[in-house]
Design a protein around this ligand. Structure first.
Ligand code: AMP
Ligand code: MG
Length: 355
């Protein structure tokens, strides 16, 4: 398939270019586009054949449902059987923005979007390119992250080109994504809202609006046969670079010492070693491929750079990555959720004797 790459200025989107891409969506094509979270690969939600092609292009398992993106509040009524009070509160507080709500689906939504389930995931993105594309297409756009299934989500057009060139009709290059992690997913079909996937809209922020909010028990734990995640996507191995990733946990000074030691040993064994460091620690590492993921005092910088950093280790041919760990507060929960998945939940404790 011929892929056309179009550069659009996020701060001043050229409407004729948006309309070109919107036309491709209307005709049943696939368009990869930037959102404030990550890049998405989009199709008209009401066009079953087009939506099926998303799964093929990504190599996405059929049982992993998609998020349907809207530009206007009224579109919720088209997609959901009901728009409960709690969902309305969240929509008014956080839309447009990095929050997805799961509601009961309307009859109009083809099941291919929801992997056969009677619920539907809906989000109104704030990125001006995404917003205008949906608006001008005149239909909701189903869009999972624009990566090949299993790889880290794309936060820059170059990542999309790497993964999907030749597999989609259009790739819109709108620069780097602001948030860098996928949206928070909240299930509102039960009495108490449940976070199925943590993101930039944090547990604390949701509690402020809703009072009681629960975390899906499958978050942050190794996938367990006995705990079935409610968000089907969360059960798959995700965000994985080719390198083996280990998270080193403990007090920061001990973590740094442990990583120095681990890196030395691996280098001695002839391995190509990567270290995921932070502004606060990077000068303490002397050997290996050292990448600063962000600033511990500004965790949003870590969120923004995490996936790109994982891809960069691959680009450099790194075989083993030692990553510092982060606290689980606020956006830290989302950061650690993605990092744990990238690591396949492998961790090393920094405390105790160094051997
Ligand atoms: P992605 O679009 O690649 O960021 O993945 C979408 C995420 O939303 C996946 O983790 C899905 O499992 C989840 N999701 C989509 N629809 C639903 C739904 N109806 N119920 C629960 N989770 C959903
Ligand atoms: Mg994804």
């Amino acid at each position: 398939m011929m892929t056309k790459v179009i550069k659009i200025d996020k701060d001043n989107p050229e409407i004729e270019l948006i309309d070109y891409a919107a036309e491709v969506i209307k005709k049943g094509g696939l368009v990869a586009f930037p959102t404030e979270t990550v890049y998405g690969i989009g199709a008209n939600s009401f066009d079953e054949e087009a939506v099926k092609r998303i799964f093929i292009a990504k190599g996405r398992p059929q049982d992993n449902p998609l998020i349907l993106h809207i530009a206007l509040m009224d579109q919720v009524y088209e997609l959901a059987a009901e728009f409960p009070e709690k969902a309305k509160k969240l929509a008014h507080r956080f839309w447009p923005g990095p929050l997805t709500v799961v509601l009961k689906k309307s009859d109009k939504v083809p099941y291919v979007n929801t992997a056969g389930m009677n619920t539907v995931a809906i989000r109104m993105p704030s990125n001006p390119i995404a917003h205008l594309l949906i608006k001008r297409a005149g239909v909701p756009i189903s869009a999972p992250s624009a990566n090949v299934s299993g790889k880290p989500s794309p936060t820059d057009a170059s990542h999309v080109i790497e993964d999907l060139y030749g597999k989609v009709d259009v790739i819109i290059d709108g620069g780097k994504c602001d948030v860098g992690l996928e949206s928070t997913v909240v299930d509102l079909t039960e009495e108490v809202p449940v976070i199925l996937r943590p993101g930039a809209v944090t547990l604390e922020m949701l509690k402020e609006v809703l009072g009681e909010v629960k975390l899906d028990p499958s978050l942050l734990t190794r996938p367990d046969e006995n705990i079935k995640p409610k968000s089907p996507g969360m059960k798959y191995k995700h965000y994985s670079p080719k390198a083996e990733v280990y998270i080193v946990k403990g007090p920061l000074d001990k973590v740094v010492k442990k990583i120095q030691q681990l890196a030395k040993n691996q280098l001695k064994n002839g391995k190509k070693v990567g270290i995921m460091a932070t502004v606060q620690t990077s000068t303490q590492y002397k050997e290996g491929e050292i990448i600063v993921v962000g600033d511990r005092d500004k965790p949003e910088t870590i969120a923004k750079n995490l996936f790109e950093t994982l891809r960069e280790f691959d680009r450099r041919g790194v075989e083993v990555v030692f990553a510092e760990s982060f606290n689980y507060d606020d956006i830290g929960l989302a950061i650690m959720n993605r990092l744990e998945k990238a690591a396949g939940y492998k961790e090393i404790k920094a405390e105790g004797e160094l051997t």
